[in-house]
Write a protein that binds this ligand. Sequence first.
Ligand SMILES: [Zn+2]
Length: 883
Amino acid sequence: MTARLLFALSLLTVQHLSASAQRLEFAPGAQYDARIPSLKSVTGHDFGSRVTTPEEIIRYLKALNEAAPDRTRLIKYAESWEGRELYAIVIADADRVRRLDEIKAGLRRLSHPASLSQADAERLIKELPVVVALIHGVHGNEISSGEAAMAEAYHLLAAQNDATVDLIKRQSVVIIDPMQNPDGRARFIFQNLLGQASTPDPEPAAAEHDEPWPGGRSNHYLFDLNRDWFAQTQPESQGRVKLLLEWAPHVVADLHEMGGESTYYFPPTAEPPNPHMTKIQAGWLEAFGRANAARFDERGFAYFNREVFDAFYPGYGVSWPIAQGAIGMTFEMASARGLAYRRQDEATLTYLDGAVRHFTSAITTAATASRNREKMLRDYLEFRRNAGAGMTKAYLLPIGYDAGQTLRLVRTLVNNGVIVRRAEEPIKLDSGTLPAGTFIAPLSQPAGMLLRNLLDPQAPMNADFLRRQESRRQKRLPDQIYDITAWNLPMLYDVECVGVDRELNVKSSAVDAASVTPSVTGEIALPDAIVGYALPWNATSAAAVIEALQSGLRARFLNQPFTIAGHRFAKGAAIFRSPDNGADLKSKLAAIAARHGAEVVKLDSAFVSEGTSLGSNQVVALKSPNVLLAWDAPTSSVSAGWARYVLERRYGQSVTAVRVNSLNRVDLRRYDVLILPSGTYAFNADSLRRIKDWVSAGGTLIAVAEAARWAARETVGLLDTRTELRDGAPESEPVAGPSGTIKSDKPESAGRTSDFTRAIQPVREQPELTPGAILRVRLDEDHWLASGADGEIQALVEGTRVFTPIKLDKGSNVGIYAMKDRILASGLMWNAAMEQLPQKAFLIHQPMGQGHIIAFAEDPNYRAYAEMTQFLFINAVLLGPAY
Ligand SMILES: [Zn+2]
């Protein structure tokens, strides 16, 4: 006979710290099957009594899977950069687990309904479970959700005679991902343990709560994985998206933590919603919100809705699922950032408090979905049938100057579950003809809403919301935009994308991710060449050249246009001369070019029919650069992480990350490039002198965003231009008194309100903030920093930096923002920025002695999906040392 155990999940808690000294139970009154292992039996500690490590979480999932193999499936879906495994556990009743593959096939048919008959659809809706994905801990320091995840799985498997659990078992399949970011969680736990007192210290400023740089929020490359859903630059995101595309969940709840003074947040979401979210989806958010509210009211848990967390940006765990037709939700719990935290109201918030509330919302969500199974499936099917419909019928992506970038963009779309086809014949449009091989992304498809999010030139915000923000800006209150307002990938990749407003009748074939991978399997055959080989310069060839240089091949570079034997190199080229290299040049280069998908042109003669000669002094020798990256405080961790990722993983360029405080210990002469990620540095005069001497002796210093602003300070003196205040005055100019600055020579026509408005304008005010928009930048195509790029590119701009263009005798403005009528490519820019930013500097080159200072006004490596500005960054790293 089975011993039934009345098992309150939280027998061992940090009771002595709890203000009410009342034990919090996950599910009061629940009875549990003793055959299902408790956390304590597997790890030695109870739920909520210790911050469970990533390894313990996996061990527990495996134990649950072993104890209930008939009702669970354990899926390893990714491996983190630091080698940790990412698992999801699928929980369903035994009959469903037995037929799981058949059910998955049915879910796929429902999510790809093009050829689904109404009769089949009805049958599927009758038979299929609703799929609920509960995903946790995308931010590694938001710890309580991982604890809740284990309790959710335990509860669903072990609770007996529980009507809610029985309902969930009857109607749904639940997928629990306990930890989307194990590297971040491990980092948090390590730092927390280092700082830990003998008993958990609730003092908010205690070392155990106070994470040193870079904190546990991000993954190994310091990315915010909750912004990476569509770009999928990180393995954790790649695996997770693949898993969700496979299971096509109807509900996705993403569980987070926020500041310890808060309560609990669940939908309805804050404004603005993603512009493509349907009314039906909004209705479901309201329904789930009300159900959670009812349960929270019963349990006496405080909560709020609508205030803060929007679902506008499609790269969140809430909005990406919405764009796929699911009901995506963010849940946020106040964080104890450890085991106990003293709030301002003197109550003690515990880790267990967080776990219990997350458990409550997660189980309530699964129950709400189960209660509404049929209607949810019906609405989901309707969404997937009609997604993306609108005036624009398809987007066309012709292969451009850099074929690799087009392929990379198409592969990203395919990895998001978007159906893309390749034209097998030319496409005739009113504006001209696009060649065969052009990619076609039809909008009327199940992932059409996500596609519109990614390729529409603009994601509109509702007018009421914008008016409110405009009025807040007038009062100098911050806007309520939670993230960026533009992310258009073709713009950021500088890949042509043409919208067509009629159905295309073109012979085409479907593409999969493998068929749009730039690299070629095996070796490409290179013909013998007398003089050598040339690679037309672009992002794709740059990665190949970096590998070639690291493998010992020698290359030269010409940034001017030239023509040899009828082949036009319009934007410069890397040249591998036979006499500079060994006999293995051909085979080595062939293998490298194939890996990167780079174009290689053989040169049998160096005779140039047009343009600069290959023997010209303008041809420079490239070297494999030794690159230093400033790391640790005061750098912005994302900026440092993005730079490191773009160098190491996107371009294969090795880089040495050195903590800012240790830079003085480095023999700078060993390095060609020093990168200062965004941050306000505080080098003393000696350190600054050392850096300037190194630059003068030939070093290339790259300053990014806030580092560029710091470099432009008069007292720093690295960059001979200034950043501006809102009125255009240099930021480093002494402050004028308030009375002296408010003056107007204009005749007064307005009344007292206007006087009043003028009188309250702040002095020495920062420029207007741009909330993450894509702006057009004009490049000086003659400058080597712009090699391989078009005369006009798009850059992601976020913040308040305005750089006065540098004077001609000091340096070059390689990139400047376009004129007012053209500056905004996508997103939102307030009026004052629209007035001030046109023709201000985006990319500055300032020679210093034998070296260079290169300043980017904005982060060129933004989230590692600003491909074109990343390429300019690589130009700086690779070409700086050559010039
Ligand atoms: Zn979070």
